[in-house]
Design a protein around this ligand. Structure first.
Ligand SMILES: [Zn+2]
Length: 102
């Protein structure tokens, strides 16, 4: 299958809602972790940074039981602050790299 890269068709992050440009690290998140039997659960595309944030806040069990949908993740008190913060960053922003020191 040919995969045409169409510039206008930039995917959007399932967590923060910002675009995910080609050059930005990205990864897929199983709404139910594979370790909890979620092998066939829906997968969402995320910034790698957002993905890391999810797993730093929740255990696989918590994800499988309480945070198994995009809405639940987005509305969780644990991630709200992060989402609000990351939304103000440009899409290509990578955490803690090339931050000018004051
Ligand atoms: Zn994101």
């Amino acid at each position: 299958m040919l995969k045409n890269k169409i510039k206008e068709n930039i995917p959007v992050c399932g967590l923060c809602g910002r675009e995910i440009p080609d050059h930005v690290p990205q990864s897929k998140h199983h709404l139910i972790p594979r370790s909890k039997g979620g092998k066939k659960s829906p997968v969402i595309l995320l910034h790698h940074q957002c993905h890391k944030e999810i797993h730093s806040k929740f255990s696989d069990s918590a994800l499988a039981i309480s945070y198994n949908s995009v809405n639940k993740l987005r509305n969780s008190s644990q991630l709200k602050g992060f989402i609000r913060w990351i939304r103000k960053r440009p899409p290509g922003f990578l955490s803690r790299t090339k931050r000018p020191t004051k």
